[in-house]
Design a protein around this ligand. Structure first.
Ligand SMILES: Cc1cc2nc3c(=O)[nH]c(=O)nc-3n(C[C@H](O)[C@H](O)[C@H](O)COP(=O)(O)O)c2cc1C
Length: 199
C-alpha cells in the first residue's frame, strides 16, 4: 500500500512539517542533522547543523552557531542558503531554499540560550573561533573545560559567541523514492504555488 502522501500535495506538506517538528526533539531522527549550504559566487560550503526549532506558521527553522564561524561572514554577504534533509528509512529527501537572519545578543538568542544545556554550551567556550589554524591537534578549549569542569556560571562566557540563525523558508522540494515510481514536488511558499516534477 502506498502512503497517503504518495500522490497528494497537501499530505506531502503535512509530512514534511511532521518530520521537521519531530526532528527538533527526537535525537534519532535523521532530519535532526541537515546539511546547511551557503556561499558566494565561486565559494560555497556545506556543513551539518542541528535543527533547533521548527515553526510552520512562520515557515521558519532555526539552528545555533558561533558568531566567529566562517558561515557568518558568508551569510552577511549573501543571506540565501540551502538546507538538505534525507531520511533513509522513509526514503524522503527534502531540499529547502532559505533566507537567513543572523541573531546575536538579542531577544531571540537570549531565549534560546536559556534553553541550552551545560554540555552544549561547551562549543561556545573555545578561545579562538571555529576554523582557526592550530600548530597542534586541539579541541580549542582550555584543559579544565575539556574535562567538563566548569560551572553553569562559567558557561555564561559562551553567550557572547552564541548565535541563532533563523532560516526563513522560501521553497520546499520533495523527493520520495518508491519502487512503483518515484515522486517529486515543489512548493513555492513566496508565490504560494505548488507543482509535481518529474523525479
Ligand atoms: C552531528 C553534528 C552536528 C553539528 N551541529 C552544528 C550546529 O548546530 N551548528 C554549527 O555551527 N555547527 C555544527 N556542527 C559543526 C559543523 O558541521 C562545522 O564543522 C562547523 O560549523 C564549522 O564550519 P563552518 O564555520 O565553516 O560552518 C555539527 C557537526 C556535526 C558532525
Amino acid at each position: 500500500m502506498q502512503p497517503t502522501y504518495y500522490e497528494n500535495l497537501d499530505e506531502i506538506k503535512k509530512k514534511i512539517w511532521m518530520m521537521l517538528d519531530d526532528a527538533v526533539t527526537n535525537r534519532s531522527s535523521p532530519f535532526r542533522i541537515p546539511v546547511f549550504i551557503c556561499g558566494n559566487q565561486s565559494d560555497f560550503d556545506g556543513r551539518i547543523v542541528v535543527l533547533r526549532k521548527s515553526d510552520q506558521k512562520n515557515n521558519l527553522l532555526q539552528y545555533h552557531t558561533d558568531i566567529r564561524s566562517d558561515k557568518i561572514a558568508q551569510l552577511k554577504l549573501n543571506k540565501n542558503a540551502v538546507m538538505i534533509f534525507y531520511d533513509k528509512e522513509e526514503k524522503i529527501q527534502v531540499r529547502l531554499k532559505v533566507e537567513c537572519v543572523i541573531n546575536h545578543n538579542n531577544k531571540i538568542t537570549k531565549e534560546s540560550w536559556l534553553k541550552t544545556q551545560h554540555i552544549s554550551r561547551k562549543c561556545y567556550l573555545v578561545d579562538q573561533g571555529p576554523g582557526t589554524k592550530s600548530d597542534v591537534p586541539t579541541s580549542g578549549l582550555k584543559p579544565e573545560l575539556d574535562n567538563f569542569e566548569f560551572t553553569m556560571e562559567q558557561s555564561e562566557q559562551g553567550y557572547k559567541n552564541f548565535t541563532v540563525i533563523q532560516c526563513n523558508i522560501k521553497s520546499m522540494e520533495w523527493l520520495y523514492l518508491a519502487a512503483k515510481g518515484h515522486r517529486r514536488a515543489r512548493f513555492d511558499l513566496v508565490l504560494n504555488q505548488e507543482t509535481w516534477l518529474t523525479p
